[in-house]
Design a protein around this ligand. Sequence first.
Ligand code: HAM
Length: 426
Amino acid sequence: MTLANLQSQPGTKDILPEEAGEWRFVEGTARSVCAQWGFREIRTPVFEATEVFERGVGGATDIVQKEMFTFETHERRITLRPEGTAPVVRAFLEHGMGSQAGQTKLYYLGPMFRYEKPQAGRQRQFHQLGVEVFGAAEPGADADVILLGLEFLKRIGITTTSLLLNSIGDATCRPGYLQKLRDYYRDRLPRLCEDCQRRYGRNVLRLLDCKQENCQREGEKAPRYVDSLCDACATHYEEVKRLLSGLGISFREESRLVRGLDYYNRTVFEVTSGALGAQDALFGGGRYDGLVETLGGPATPGVGWAAGIERALLVRKKIGLAAGKDDVQVYISPLGTTAEGKAFEIAGLFRAAGISTEVEYRRRSLKAQLRSANDLGARVSVILGDRELAEGVAAVKRMEGEGKGQETVPLGQLVEVVKKQLGGEQ
Ligand code: HAM
């Protein structure tokens, strides 16, 4: 491998220190909102036996057919997780979590991997926040997870979104609807894209959400699933809508919303942002009442969603919310050999008081050191000279604002004085 090849892989990104604060804010908000809703965290491995996804996500889906990173190992085929729901169900079963009484509510945060063509908002390694509820078939669970997702977005400052809603029925009404779709598309097939022609046989539902212009035009008058729902599914759907309306959540019914994973039944939803481009879904999910059984467990209803963290960060940046770099608060400039040792001691006092503090290691001129303090965004510089130290004092220099200037402060009062200068920052 030549050095030129030693670059990050297409569709992957380094998260640099300048951006890490944004990540921590969004992830921290996600954790606190989920905890307030009574969801507990689960962390599953980043790779699983390939069958978890083949069976869970579905053999006919794009994810399984062409987007998985799969490896042969000595014992078996393994796959880097392209999504979190199937692994969570695998863990749920493996640890007998379903035998606990009541509903089980779990959330996860972490990297997912899909071999897709990279573009804005679409990466090969991306991060998801996901929530899953097991054990509740009732519409209240659907409405509450949607409410949680919107609250997460609200707390990170994203309020202008659209909630798209649909129902894709269950095993009772699905065969009848699929037949109607096949009948509708049969004569139109030659005018559809290659992908849709391929999907017609095994996955005709997906023809509805093809993004190709021709296919969209051909699908304009396609029968809507909501008109073919059986009574039980229709009632469930009506109740979800009633609950959402009661909570003041507006939504748009979108008959073309079918989602790209096979495990869904009844409610499906997506939240999109106009601030994003073609890849505009901030989170998407739905009900998956058959998945636990598909993966070998007892019949257990489930509902959840996952949000793309990168996309949430993109929206924050677009609407001017992205926070700047993490600034250090205090910068200590030691001038002289005695001061060098003392600098760490004094830094320790600041840090113990909860003030982020940087010590200059390099023996440089005061001017150069103050330039560094400025570049780091430090609010206050503490200048330690051997002579001043001998007198038990140090110079405290405010780097910005009205009080910009320098004062001499006894060492014993340094923390107190600097704290006052930092004001309400801490
Ligand atoms: P999904 O729609 O495939 O659903 O992905 C959920 C979200 O992950 C998307 O709305 C998007 O924000 C983000 N996302 C997906 N692919 C990429 C990518 N290549 N690059 C960047 N962001 C991406 C699921 O994964 C389901 N497991 C959700 C779920 C949970 N359903 C029920 N429970």
